[in-house]
Design a protein around this ligand. Structure first.
Ligand SMILES: Cc1cc2nc3c(=O)[nH]c(=O)nc-3n(C[C@H](O)[C@H](O)[C@H](O)COP(=O)(O)O)c2cc1C
Ligand code: SF4
Ligand code: SF4
Length: 348
């Protein structure tokens, strides 16, 4: 059986990292040589030599019914390996209401990387969606500690089941992977729109309140180097993955997801006379291409708007009163933060 475990992980708030560590711990008890490799800011892929038959894992969160862009590009560029054994583990938004555990939704987060790896010659040994505590605090407050503890304990048990099978040469596909398959595929258009719009929109609605003391921690720990400190204040670039790390590790809780800025961007986009621009361009375009070209033009206009409006607000935030307005109208100002149990900024 396996002698070597190599896991590549990406983790915003520590869920995928925690799951990777649980798997590593199990493998070490079985005597395997193990390596956990973070893909934060990756540039070149160097696959270390194996100590015997190797199992490779890719662990990452689910973002917008898909895998994060950073992990997708990593897997696309990963070397081909005919007959190499791999597993995929995507952590999702697990919730709990009363005694009921509510699972997240994978969408394309497993199907897409599995297809890419199959084309590269790998054998998929496991596809494992793991419902860790939801970290999407742009949408809801961080879960309370007892709920986090319950959800995490349940996940730990599931990871042990997974390890028991996969390290004994069996395949592991959670039954609901196939039951959920039609829903996951039906969500493909939303996953596509998240790729094209959502991730850029969410990247542009972070702000730093006047509590920020320009300590630089968020910029130093960002996995995609998307924060630039300009005039002693963080500025978020489009490359941000919305992984929620910066907002959760800021020692002064100065980072907010600004819901008022989100509304501002949406409203200003809807006022834009895109119809006029499109009408002008459409007269030059063959009928069959009008729809895709319309889409691309709207996409370009929206992205420019996200950039312009958030850039304008970034400048205005220097003014104390305006900063206070956007901070006070950010729901995250009143919400609990989330990091997986035991995870600290130094883990990144
Ligand atoms: C921008 C964003 C999008 C998300 N989209 C989904 C989703 O489509 N489905 C889901 O189940 N969870 C979704 N989540 C929740 C995370 O995937 C989940 O909490 C994950 O366990 C976080 O792992 P990490 O701590 O390793 O980053 C999303 C979270 C964020 C921040
Ligand atoms: S971590 Fe917080 S206080 Fe430090 S620079 Fe970033 S926003 Fe400012
Ligand atoms: S800017 Fe923040 S949310 Fe965006 S990728 Fe970096 S750490 Fe994650």
């Amino acid at each position: 059986m396996y002698k070597d475990l190599l896991i590549y992980y990406f983790s915003g708030t520590g869920n995928a990292l925690t799951a990777s560590r649980w798997i590593e711990e199990y493998a070490q008890k079985k005597g395997l040589k193990t390596s956990l490799v973070s893909i934060d800011r990756w540039e070149k892929i160097v696959v270390p030599a194996a100590a015997g038959k190797r199992l490779i894992g890719f662990c990452f969160p689910t973002h917008g019914f898909n895998l994060p862009w950073i992990m997708l590009t990593f897997i696309v560029r990963f070397p081909k390996m005919k007959g190499g054994d791999v597993f995929l583990l995507n952590t999702r938004a697990g919730l709990k209401f009363s005694q009921w555990f509510v699972p997240g939704i994978s969408g394309l987060a497993q199907i897409l990387p599995a297809l890419i790896l199959l084309i590269k010659g790998f054998r998929i040994r496991g596809m494992f969606p793991l419902d860790m505590p939801s970290n999407w605090i742009a949408l809801h407050p961080g879960l309370n500690p007892p709920t986090v503890a319950d959800i995490s304990a349940r996940c730990r048990g599931r990871v042990n089941d997974f390890c028991g099978k996969i390290f004994n040469g069996r395949m592991y596909f959670r039954p609901n992977v196939f039951i959920m398959l039609p829903l996951d595929i039906a969500l493909a258009p939303i996953a596509f729109m998240y790729f094209m719009y959502g991730r850029f929109f969410f990247a542009k609605i972070f702000i730093a309140s006047t509590d920020c003391d320009a300590c630089n921690l968020c910029a130093a720990k960002c996995p995609t180097a998307s924060i630039e400190i300009i005039n002693k204040r963080p500025f978020w670039r489009f490359t941000c993955e919305s992984c929620m790390r910066c907002i959760n590790i800021c020692p002064r809780q100065a980072i907010q997801v600004s819901h008022s800025l989100a509304v501002f961007i949406i409203v200003s986009s809807s006022f834009l006379p895109t119809a006029l621009v499109l009408e002008y361009f459409n007269s030059f375009i063959p009928a069959i291409l009008i729809r895709p070209v319309d889409f691309l033009i709207k996409w370009g206009i929206s992205l420019s708007l996200f950039f312009l409006v958030s850039g304008l607000v970034f400048r205005l935030l220097k003014i104390g009163l305006i900063n206070k307005f956007f901070t006070a109208t950010s729901l995250t100002r009143y919400w609990r933060r989330y990091l997986a149990k035991g995870i600290k900024a130094k883990d990144y």
